[in-house]
Design a protein around this ligand. Structure first.
Ligand code: F6P
Length: 319
């Protein structure tokens, strides 16, 4: 009988629960025993294992967050931490560890591989910054949460004839900003990948103003700079009245969208298939409309690029 363990690590993302459910139920259906590890790699080091059964994942498919909890573990980033984690997994008889998380979590999984532990990764992060997959679990929900805020802000922006600067999450990645900005009809979208050109932002605003447009929405990814500094520069350069909203962690919570639940279920199921077939050192992803397996070295040696076509389109449509 095979033994699988599953953990969630790094920033939580809506759909992680649907993924845990898929791993547990598919694993048990295939005759494996499944352990959940609480609090990510931190919990691994502390030996926080729970044996899962079909009922442990009942009623969670619609819930945001992660029932296993999550953490960012400094100790696990050290070689000694990884060795200790590997030893714990070996002692428990785990044949394969399934890691659901972002790039830091996948690096952790690759480090465990280096210690002889079999792992399979599932991309789970609202940032959508993982190479090898078009979408990571949680991204679609985060975009829709941000979009809901953009829609609401648009009402008051129109009424008061103001310029709103909305900061969305994305430390190194502008995906949430790009998608919510395009879908929300933002006048400008500022991404870490494209840099910030305030002359262009203000030029657009003033061209719109001269045409009679009295309200605007600008979306800033947190990695592109602070929304407050963007607002101040707009005020100084144009004299327009601005307001700032930083959406923050609200984007990480909430019930996952149908897309995220299905993505999470498919990737979780595939991760179990690989684990039981003895395949490891790979991340399961979703690319070109299909579930794919991507070796860690391809995932971890690359940087996911922003979709330039979408960015250019957003710029054209916002004129
Ligand atoms: O990686 C997901 C993410 O939400 C980023 O967009 C954000 O910069 C970061 O996590 C925030 O991390 P924390 O919750 O540790 O403050």
């Amino acid at each position: 009988m095979s033994t699988i363990a599953v953990l969630t690590s790094g920033g939580d993302a809506p759909g992680m629960n649907a993924c845990i459910r898929a791993v547990v139920r598919k694993g048990i259906y295939e005759g494996a025993s499944v352990y959940g590890i609480r609090r990510g790699y931190q919990g691994l080091l502390a030996g926080e294992f729970i044996e899962m059964n079909v009922a442990s994942v009942a009623d969670i498919i619609h819930r945001g967050g992660t029932i296993l909890h999550t953490a960012r573990s400094d100790e696990f980033r050290t070689p000694e931490g990884v060795k200790r984690g590997a030893r714990t997994l070996r002692e428990l008889g785990v044949d394969c560890l399934i890691v659901i998380g972002g790039d830091g979590s996948l690096k952790g999984a690759a480090a465990l591989e280096g210690e002889g532990i079999r792992t399979v990764g599932v991309p789970g992060t609202i940032d959508n910054d993982i190479p090898g997959t078009d979408y990571s679990v949680g991204f679609d929900t985060a975009v829709n949460t941000a979009l809901e805020a953009v829609n609401r802000v648009r009402d008051t922006a129109t009424s008061h004839e103001r310029t709103f600067i909305i900061e969305v999450m994305g430390r190194h990645s502008g995906y949430i900003a790009l998608y919510s900005g395009l879908a929300g009809g933002a006048e400008s979208i500022l991404l870490p990948e494209s840099g910030v050109n305030m002359e262009d932002v203000c030029g657009r605003l003033m061209r719109g103003y001269r045409r009679g447009k009295r309200h605007s929405i600008i979306i800033v990814a947190e990695g592109a700079g602070s929304a407050y500094s963007v607002a101040e520069e707009i005020r100084v350069r144009t004299g327009l009245e601005t307001r700032v909203i930083v959406l923050g962690h609200v984007q990480r919570g909430g019930t996952p969208t149908g897309f995220d639940r299905i993505l999470a279920s498919r990737l979780g199921g595939r991760a179990v298939d690989l684990a039981l077939a003895g395949q490891h050192g790979v991340m399961v992803g979703f690319a070109g409309g299909r579930v794919v397996d991507v070796p860690y070295n391809e995932v971890l040696s690359a940087t996911k690029q922003i979709d330039r076509e979408l960015y250019d389109l957003a710029g054209v449509l916002a004129t």
